[in-house]
Ligand binder design. Structure first.
Ligand SMILES: C[C@@H](O)[C@H](N)C(=O)O
Ligand SMILES: C[C@@H](O)[C@H](N)C(=O)O
Lengths: 156, 156
């Protein structure tokens, strides 16, 4: 169960898509991702946090190449989103290792590292092997450098 | 890159915590998770979606045993949350495999399976090896049974 932090990776060729304020009822997430599957859009980092009232936001990250071929506004409308956000000014930065969420010290340290750089964290998603954040695209290299130094890592 | 779906797992001994409407500025996520680390609270599935205005919600899942020893309201106040939600009526259900997000068909099929059972999806988080959802605790066994059947799986 001992955590090991191994590497930091980043990807600037990604786009953030958010279907804002979709109805929070069964079938909506299904409709969204079936529509995207039908357009052969790959979705990384699907993120949905808790609802507010009777709506929720559904967010996901798409490779830039896939994003070009899709009309997200149109899909969002069909999925009853009140607003569709498509943000290209982002980067995904990930801390990679083993059991990286078995101790809360690791995410805390990662977030402190970014805070010390004045880098705002837009989205967060974690798994046993990866803590991923979405930050602005122009902060990516600075973030990776700082994480690399703080965790004494090699970059992938 | 070919996806393989291997198993479905679930955990009912978990609590959802949401610090709602914390300031969306550098240092807040750091403060939250440093405070939790200092209380030795393990945090699984940290989820933060995109901001709204100048605030954001920060969500995470805690093992029930850890949750008992912590005053989340107090930590939330120190982290400038406008509201703290602690929800014990939840279960985490995960579809487990390899490259499970390399095709959007897999999350779509998972969400359709839950929708067909009338099960509402409260939160979603994905990684390369796992698609996790938060649903109500009393829906867990029914969800797992339906996923098991749909994907022709063994349960872990
Ligand atoms: C918002 C969306 O996830 C909805 N709750 C559903 O179950 O499909
Ligand atoms: C909301 C919180 O994540 C904030 N944006 C931060 O960077 O700490």
């Amino acid at each position: 169960e001992e955590p090991i932090v191994r590497a930091v990776a980043y990807d600037k060729d990604v786009v953030k898509v958010v279907f804002r304020r979709v109805p929070d009822r069964p079938g909506i997430a299904a409709r969204i991702f079936r529509a995207l599957a039908e357009e052969n859009v790959r979705t990384d980092m699907i993120i949905q946090s808790m609802f507010t009232g009777d709506v929720n936001d559904v967010s996901f990250i798409v490779p830039s190449a896939d994003a070009k071929k899709v009309d997200f506004e149109s899909i969002g409308r069909r999925c009853e989103a009140q607003e569709v956000v498509v943000d290209e000014n982002i980067a995904k930065v990930s801390l990679i290792g083993v059991n990286v969420t078995s101790s809360t010290d690791i995410p805390a340290t990662l977030f402190e590292t970014l805070a010390n750089e004045g880098i705002n964290i837009d989205m967060i998603s974690t798994s046993n092997s990866r803590i991923s954040v979405i930050i602005s695209r122009d902060a990516a290299e600075r973030a990776v450098k700082a994480i690399h130094a703080r965790f004494k890592l090699d970059q992938e």
